[in-house]
Design a binder for this molecule. Sequence first.
Ligand code: ATP
Length: 273
Amino acid sequence: MELHVRKVSKVFGTKAAVDNVSFSLREGGFVGVIGRSGAGKSTLLRMLNRLTDASSGQILVDGTDILALSGRAKRDWQSRCAMVFQQFNLVPRLDVTANVLHGLLGRRATLPTLLNLWSGADIDRALSILERLGIAHEATKRAEDLSGGQQQRVAIARALMQDPALILADEPIASLDPMNAQIVMDTLKRIQTEDGRMVIANLHTLDTARRYCDRVIGMRDGRVVFDGTPEQLTLGVARDIYGADATFSESATSTDIGALSTDRDYAAAMLDD
Ligand SMILES: Nc1ncnc2c1ncn2[C@@H]1O[C@H](COP(=O)(O)OP(=O)(O)OP(=O)(O)O)[C@@H](O)[C@H]1O
């Protein structure tokens, strides 16, 4: 998949949350987007997934401007690029398997979905994805009874159910302890390397970006101020991205996440025309 983001902006009122952003991804890989809170990372990801409309610009995926899609074509694109959120956005009272099956929402007629009419083949596939992610033994538990790390793996399983070419992960480990954060990042990395899916993840710590990413995009005030390899991400560059003064340290790069979309928003967007 080739992805070209061309001069994309998003203006809220008078403020440009994303300001004339351009970059190209030609070979897939694991891409990290870093920057301080409010830099525009979430807005960029949400425009890629069409959860938020851009104010201007183009996003070309294999030659098609996905910002111009509507109706069925827009839904098809949304099922090709699955989202993973910081707060997991599972349906808490539903069991794990049902949550994973919700990954098919964008591809199915609404009525069978509402009635929970999944085929045996769908259920088998959901279970094999859970098996692959090491959580098959939790398949019948309610989502809300799982640990944060397990819930995020369920969310990744739900994303995989869409068989996406691209996975967009918005601060996927920001709510997790270090051990679970590592399990979740390892899972995303495995999916990227073993399946050849492209992953774009908003990350709030530099060490994670360095460890997992092939490419890092640094944003500041809505603009791309760095685009390079983890090796090029020196402390000086990081200072520039985070806009920090001489007191800047790597441990001070955590973000304060604002309101993320709810699972209701997500489901609505997947069903939306
Ligand atoms: N729906 C909205 N209405 C108005 N302003 C918004 C909206 N969504 C985002 N913004 C603003 O756009 C800017 C970029 O926000 P965004 O959430 O994309 O940043 P971010 O880098 O993802 O930050 P964080 O790490 O805190 O999530 C911020 O100033 C934010 O307040």
